[in-house]
Design a protein around this ligand. Structure first.
Ligand code: FES
Length: 499
């Protein structure tokens, strides 16, 4: 599962953490949220250590589609009715500052990362979508955004109506992060890769952040830039998770540059970029719940058909999928962790990961260094409590029911009928076993019980990962954690031990 960003940026090499160190702030997660936060904290005079479980920018950041825009999944007309006009204005201006901040950081550190200002378009393909589009344009006008009628010939899809806003941006997020990583280290920051954090605990006024290998960082603050909080946190149970599917391919003709979104459910998102002088499209959508029993390949096939029918694409060069988390009210949860003291979180970015990652870096840096920020209330994770805690407990029960239902639902007991490059979950010798048969016929077996709360994992045949539908954890075929909230690998199981 390759992406243009991972293919076209250099791999980073930082050592794993092998000793106990001290810092002012420990940032967990080396994606765009973590690196930008670490950089801004360091610029504010803090000693920062960043820990990354795998390699810098190879997780969600390496799998984005690279949209940096004020168009948000939450839709401003919904934000106005749920949060009021003033908060919606704050939200809109936060997105503008996110773009300005990226430009400032790139200019100050000589980062290129394929950044380009382009227009963004909303387009509607049927009457329902036209109504939705009008509502959203009215809301954006009410907030002071400059919207314009769009020339429909600029949209690469047949549509009935469209509008645009200018000065949005496309970005190679992995390239941006690697450039900022270099600047952070040159200015004295410390990064440790292949260093998975398994938990953190208060020790007096400090926090000890423990890694899988037993080393630790003791710091005054921790920032969990991990896509979803780690440690036990009921907010994990409140976030909805989805896998979104993306493809990139060469366009058969020169196309107008832009970001394009419809109002389908789930919506389609499209942008273009250049690779080796060729005009390319990136198109995504067909989201479904992570770990869904429906085939991921099925969603990818639908996306391919959509792209081939609507865009003049010669061939698909890349395909990938990424997990998104969405909060119950549609806005992200950024700021003080309501459960753990001196901990800060940044999660629930939905499909607006790049924009909210920069917003979260600005906000969490201000909360740590100044104690407040005028966006604090808008994104405050505490706004979901205390009902969240109550709901979370109920969801915990649902999760356990799901687990039990799933366990009883496993009727497969044999691997004899498996073809190469296939997977299934079987029940054998009292164990639920996740089995993957590779191209050479070799079986790879691990426990099928997610190490977060014990749900049964399902195979994602696009990404070749074991995905947990309960709260979105993802694991490699060797059981290694690829995405949290789980922090421990799936247990190794040898089902053939007595043969
Ligand atoms: Fe929570 Fe698997 S049980 S992510």
């Amino acid at each position: 599962m390759n992406t243009p960003w991972l293919k076209n940026t250099e791999e980073t090499y930082y050592p794993p953490l092998k000793e106990d160190l001290n810092a002012d702030v420990c940032v967990v997660g080396g994606g765009i949220t973590g690196i930008t936060t670490a950089y801004l904290l360091q610029e504010a005079g803090r000693r920062v250590i960043l820990l990354e479980a795998n390699k810098i920018a190879t997780g969600v950041t390496g799998h984005t589609s690279g949209h940096l825009t004020s168009f948000l999944d939450a839709h401003y007309h919904n934000v106005i009715s749920s949060f009021g006009e003033l908060k919606a204005i704050q939200l809109l201006y936060a997105t503008l500052l996110a773009r300005e901040t990226v430009e400032f950081l790139m200019a100050n550190n000589a980062i290129v990362a394929d950044y380009e200002r382009v227009p963004a378009y909303y387009y509607a393909t049927n009457d329902d979508q036209v109504n939705h589009l009008k509502k959203e344009r009215n809301a954006m006008d009410q907030l002071g955004a400059i919207t314009k009628d769009a020339d429909l010939t600029d949209i690469p899809f047949k549509c009935k109506k469209a509008f645009r806003i200018d000065n949005q941006a496309t970005l190679n997020a992995a390239g941006f992060v690697k450039g900022l990583t270099k600047a952070f280290v040159e200015k004295g920051g410390q990064i440790f890769e292949q260093t998975r954090v398994v938990n953190f605990k208060e020790e007096g006024e400090q926090i000890r952040v423990k890694t899988e290998e037993g080393s630790s960082v003791k710091a005054k603050y921790i920032v969990q830039a991990t896509h979803i909080p780690i440690n036990e946190n009921p907010l994990q149970l409140e976030l909805k998770n989805h896998n979104s599917y993306v493809m990139a391919g060469e366009s058969g003709e020169d196309v107008a540059k832009g970001l394009f979104y419809d109002f389908a459910e789930p919506y389609h998102y499209t942008r273009n970029y250049e690779e080796n002088g060729k005009s390319m499209f990136i198109v995504g959508g067909f989201d479904q719940k992570t770990g869904e029993k429906l085939s991921d390949q099925n969603q990818m096939d639908k996306l391919r058909n959509f792209a081939l029918e609507n865009l003049n694409i010669k061939e698909m060069n890349y395909s990938w999928c990424s997990t998104l988390f969405t909060s119950p009210d549609g806005l992200p949860l950024i700021g003080k962790d309501p459960i753990h003291k001196n901990s800060f979180i940044a999660t629930g970015f939905a499909g607006d990961g790049l924009t909210y990652s920069i917003i979260s870096a600005i906000l969490n840096t201000a909360l740590i260094t100044k104690g407040s920020h005028n966006w604090e209330e808008l994104f405050d994770p505490k706004r979901l409590s205390p009902s969240t805690l109550k709901t979370a407990v109920n969801k915990g029960v649902t999760t356990i029911k799901h687990l039990v239902a799933d366990k009883f639902g496993i009727s497969e007991t044999t691997t004899d009928d498996m073809k190469p490059n296939s997977a299934k979950v079987i029940h054998k010798d009292g164990e639920n076993v996740a089995v993957y048969k590779d191209e050479n016929g070799e079986l790879h077996t691990v426990s099928a019980l997610c190490t977060h709360m014990g749900c049964v994992v399902h195979f994602n045949n696009v990404a070749k990962t074991w995905d947990c539908g309960c709260h979105g954890s993802r694991f490699g075929i060797d059981g290694k954690v690829l995405a949290g909230p789980a922090t421990e690998k799936l247990e190794s199981i040898n089902i053939f031990k007595e043969q």
